[in-house]
Structures are given as C-alpha cells and as structure tokens.
Ligand binder design. Structure first.
Ligand code: NDP
Length: 271
C-alpha cells in the first residue's frame, strides 16, 4: 500500500510535535514544520523530515508543498496547527500585534490550505485538519484577538468543508481545551509586552489564575490521537472538541445564553 504523506505545522513543540510523532508511528511520512530547526532535528527519523519555515512566509510554504509533491508525489493530510495566543485587553493590544496574530493563526492556515488543495483535488483524496481552540466558539475577557483568530478558522473550515466534500476532501476541526504545552508561557511573555492602564489590573490578575491549572492539564498526545483519528476515519466527526472543558464551554454558552454565560465567566475570573 502507498505510504500516506502528512504535513504538520508547529511541529517543534506541544501538540504539533506529538502529532508528527504519532502519525509517523502509525505509518505516515511526515513533513514536520516550524521555525526552530534545532527542535525539529530532535524528532527527525526515517518517517519525519523537518522543514524550517515561518507560516507568514508564502514563498516558503509554496516551496515546502512543492518539495513534498516532488519527493513523495502526494499529500494526504494537512495538519494546520502552528499558532500562538495574543493576550491583552482589546483597548491595549496594538494593531500591529493584532495583525500578526491573524497573519500566523489565520492566514498561515489559509496559505497552506490554498497550496495543498489543488494537489488534493487532483488525487481526489485528502484531509485538512485545522487545530482551533475552546475559544473557537466562545470568547472571554483578555483573549479577544486570539479568540477572533480561532473563530475565523472555524468559519473558514466550515465553509471549505462544503466546498470540497465532492472532491473527496475532508475538512475537520480539532478544538483543544487547556493542554500542557509551551503555549501558556508564550502567552504571558506577550502579555508582559502589552501596556495596560491601571483600570485593567483586575483582568491582569485574573488571566494567570485562569491558566494556573495548566500543569494539571492533559498532555498534547490526547490531541494528537484526535488528529490521527480524523486522518484515518472514513467519516470523522467534523468538529472534535476535547478534553471535556472544550465541549462543556460550548454547551454551557448555548444552554445559559450570552448574558448568563458572560456573568459566569466574569464571576469565575473574579472581574
Ligand atoms: P506550542 O507553543 O507548544 O507550539 C506552537 C507551535 O507553533 C510551535 O511549534 C511553534 O514553532 C509554531 N509556530 C508559532 N508561530 C509560528 C510561525 N510564525 N511559523 C511557524 N511556526 C510557528 O503550543 P501548542 O502546541 O499548545 O499550540 C498548537 C496549537 O494548539 C495552536 O494553534 C494553539 O492555538 C492551539 N491550542 C492550544 C491550547 C493549549 O492549551 N496548549 C488550547 C487550545 C488551542 P516555532 O516557534 O519553532 O516556529
């Protein structure tokens, strides 16, 4: 049987790394992509080929997809996962930082989708897995630009699903809740760089408390397994929210309605 080929972005740490390794263990040949080549080299193997790229660089993405097609002749799975969280109050996050959030989390995904789709259409087969977030369907104070970027990916995924299903291409969203990775640490580094007036002190105190459970959060392998399932199942769920906090948040918002949900969130955050 022909070996399946996967592209995984954000593979130098966390969810992307766990996903690249799990796909490789399950017989896929994986092009593992990120900017930190030293990290990627640590997972290089017979089935994992590191590719150094920044998802904001359209030419590098084009070259990476061409490289995969030229050497392997097909791309079965794209896992769009590279991303980060721009924390901060809407009033305070600079427009430059907001643009950068979308450049990576939204246009980075879109660039990859546009590059692989012609190949997937030609081979009449493919699976695009977009990693969004618990904040892809809800939002909470302090996470505005990040949540907006993930909502945008949810909308693009839903749209694309209807556009390409007849070409034999599945589009799946995997929406993680809190997972133990480098993500939260990087969020707080960025938050420190964003100046807030004293009026936002309560919010600045609440944000670290919200993520204080991160050390107890599940390991990234739980998401990698959901990605593998999405890649291999004939009829994968179109949106896979996990662990439970990610499912419950969406149901709670639907059940409580916006006002009550907002009140509950503000209460939990002690705002
Ligand atoms: P990590 O910070 O551990 O990993 C993020 C990955 O994205 C790294 O490999 C990083 O690689 C890569 N990346 C970031 N910016 C770029 C860029 N400009 N170009 C190329 N690669 C880039 O976090 P996670 O594994 O947790 O995050 C993976 C995905 O999961 C993200 O989309 C995130 O939004 C989502 N998620 C995570 C949650 C969590 O609690 N951890 C919860 C919900 C969603 P490098 O720096 O080497 O380029």
């Amino acid at each position: 049987m022909t070996q399946r080929i996967a592209l995984v972005t954000g593979a130098s740490s966390g969810i992307g790394k766990a996903t690249a390794e799990l796909l490789a263990r399950n017989g896929y040949y994986v092009f593992a992509m990120a900017r930190r080549m030293d990290r990627l080299e640590q997972i290089r193997s017979d089935n994992i080929e590191p590719v150094c790229l920044d998802v904001t660089d359209a030419k590098a993405i084009q070259a990476a997809v061409n490289q995969a097609m030229q050497t392997k002749g097909r791309i079965d799975v794209l896992v769009n996962n590279a991303g980060y969280g721009q924390l901060g109050a809407i009033e305070c996050v600079s427009m430059e930082a907001a643009h950068q959030q979308f450049e990576v989390n939204v246009f980075g995904y879109a660039r990859f989708m546009q590059e692989v789709l012609p190949h997937m259409r030609a081979q009449k087969f493919g699976c695009i897995i977009n990693v969004t977030s618990i904040l892809g369907k809800i939002s909470i104070p302090g996470f505005g630009w990040y949540a907006a970027s993930k909502h945008a990916v949810e909308a693009l995924s839903e749209t694309l699903r209807g556009e390409v299903i007849d070409f034999g291409i599945n589009v799946v969203v995997v929406a993680p809740g809190l997972i133990k990775t480098e993500f939260a640490e990087k969020e707080f580094e960025l938050l420190k760089e964003t100046a807030h007036p004293p009026a936002y002190q309560k919010l600045l105190t609440a944000l670290p408390c919200l993520l204080a459970h991160e050390p107890m959060a599940p390991e990234p392998e739980i998401i990698a397994k959901a990605v593998l399932n999405a890649a291999t199942a004939s009829f994968p769920p179109v949106r896979h929210a996990l662990p439970n906090d990610s499912k419950i948040a969406v149901v709670a918002r639907w059940f409580l309605g916006e006002r009550l949900f907002d009140w509950g969130v503000r209460r939990k955050m002690k705002l």
